[in-house]
Write a protein that binds this ligand. Structure first.
Ligand code: URA
Length: 478
């Protein structure tokens, strides 16, 4: 810290956040304080409305960095995690973030240290926030009220988030329900959309939201019809849909009865051969339709579309990537964006005809984080890859390739069901249970992120992997 600008080491500062979720405000103040060399223990980060007041240290104006101040280092990983963690309701979150930012200046790799208690804590906060957002996407239920807007109807939902996630999730609901007039009421604030403008409002009470409407009957019968007793796992269900959300969801009134009858219904279904419900689609077209309706993981509920694999049934080679990107999502086809164009050039060099290859992804939907008008790629989690494996296996069963090339860690996991190191796994085939061979290589996006000698080296290894695949294909065809 010696090269940082030093200010009077005895002065203590209090920073009050204007809003409990104002990450950008925190980031600007935190940057300036780090640049001025203000150690974490000299700052009290205060919630907007009084909490933490006891520990405030007066109205000392914050120091301002000057032109000699060194820029602040903050890794992309830190910012990504911090943005979510800042929405947690833990009053200590901003102090924790500042301590980590401070420590990052002397140890830029700190976020990779999973044993570090600050890193663990911030990851836990971010995870809890992501989970809360996921619950909000899944469990907000609008109820219709008449006569509110000129068009006549408005939909109102009541939701109780654990964290300050309301504003961060506004764009999700605007996109999802763009054509409706709706309000989401919560004890932390409210959102109101009239089809054109989004407004924020004060906190609300449960009694401000309507209790029910005739649509609920429809929900209930829909839910009863899709409830599959063979898949019932009460523990998992409670984990995914904690009881606290039940009271806002019309369909949950049915759950106790459905659970009680589940075993009997399962016996009956098995007896009647009705387990077909879980059968794989019998054609690639069927898989295509099914993935478009898939919400088995949260990625399927983002504003995206499923992207089906492409290529002939019976192709000897299947190439598997991670997930569609922004351009693939727009086009509805795999590998058409920058990574796809790079792949095409290397395939051509290796003499592999893409037109005779089945090209697909481990995960069928584009996972992203909205950033202004852009959608930033987010890697799928191991759980999401494992969930989507069902569809990759369905494609494999139908295409029956002799050889599969998995590009990158997500693809390898999608095929093996476990994580492997690309550098260790590449170059040698792995026998799969259906008699096909799996070859593993790097993902072309990885090459795109490199430059100079590192890029050349990786391109050379990629070409070598493709050449080995081509040679093996020729052997198998002979
Ligand atoms: N990256 C992938 O993994 N798949 C695509 O389809 C495009 C980019």
């Amino acid at each position: 810290m010696t090269a940082l600008r030093q200010v009077d080491a005895d002065v203590r500062y209090a920073v009050r956040l204007p809003e409990p979720d104002d990450f950008d405000f925190w980031r600007d103040r935190a940057r300036a304080l780090v640049q001025c060399g203000v150690a974490p223990e000299r700052i009290s980060w205060l919630e907007p409305h009084g909490a933490g007041e006891l520990f405030a240290h007066g109205d000392e104006p914050l120091p301002v960095p000057d032109a000699r101040s060194r820029p602040v280092r903050a890794s992309r990983r830190f910012i990504e995690v911090a943005r979510n963690a800042a929405l947690h309701s833990d009053p200590q979150r901003f102090a924790l973030l500042y301590r980590l930012l401070w420590r990052l200046q002397s140890n830029p790799a700190i976020m990779d240290d999973k044993a570090d208690s600050d890193v663990r804590r911030v990851e836990d906060l971010a995870k809890a926030v992501r989970r809360d957002s996921h619950k909000m996407h899944a469990f907000v239920r609008f109820r219709r009220i008449e006569g509110d807007t000129a068009g006549g109807e408005r939909y109102v939902a009541w939701f109780e988030p654990d964290h300050h996630i309301l504003r961060a999730n506004a764009s999700f609901f605007v996109r999802r329900f763009a054509g409706m007039a709706w309000s989401i009421l919560t004890p932390r604030g409210s959102l109101h959309w009239d089809g054109e403008t989004l407004e924020e409002g004060p906190p609300a009470q449960r009694s401000d939201a309507p209790a029910g409407d005739p649509m609920e009957e429809l929900w209930r019968s829909y839910y009863a019809s899709i409830f599959n007793p063979a898949r019932l796992k009460v523990g998992a269900m409670l984990k995914e849909m904690p009881r606290k959300y039940w009271k806002n969801m019309p369909e949950t009134a049915l759950i106790p009865g459905l659970v009680a009858g589940a075993q009997q219904r399962e016996r009956t279904m098995v007896a009647e051969g009705a387990m077909e419900f879980e059968a794989r689609p019998g054609s690639l077209k069927g898989v295509d339709e099914a993935i478009h309706a898939c919400h088995r993981c949260p990625i399927g509920s983002l504003d995206n579309r499923a992207v089906m694999g492409e290529g002939p049934k019976g192709a000897a080679l299947m190439i598997v990537g991670e997930q569609p990107g922004d351009q693939e999502d727009e086009a509805g086809k795999p590998f058409v964006g920058p990574a796809g164009q790079l792949l095409d050039r290397h395939l051509e060099k290796a003499g592999i005809d893409r037109g005779r290859t089945y090209v697909t992804n481990a995960v069928k939907h584009f996972k992203f984080e909205p950033r202004g008008k852009r959608r930033l790629h987010k890697s799928p989690s191991a759980k999401e890859i494992d969930t989507c494996r069902w569809w990759l296996e369905s494609e494999r069963e139908l295409v029956r390739p002799k050889l599969i090339l998995a590009m990158g860690g997500s693809a390898a996991r999608g095929l093996l069901g476990k994580s492997v190191s690309i550098s260790k796994a590449r170059g040698e085939p792995i026998a799969l249970e259906d008699g096909s061979e799996l070859w593993i290589t790097a993902h072309p996006s990885y090459l795109l992120r490199l430059d100079g000698a590192a890029r050349e080296e990786q391109a050379r290894l990629f070409d070598a992997d493709l050449a080995a695949v081509k040679e093996r294909l020729s052997e198998l065809a002979a």
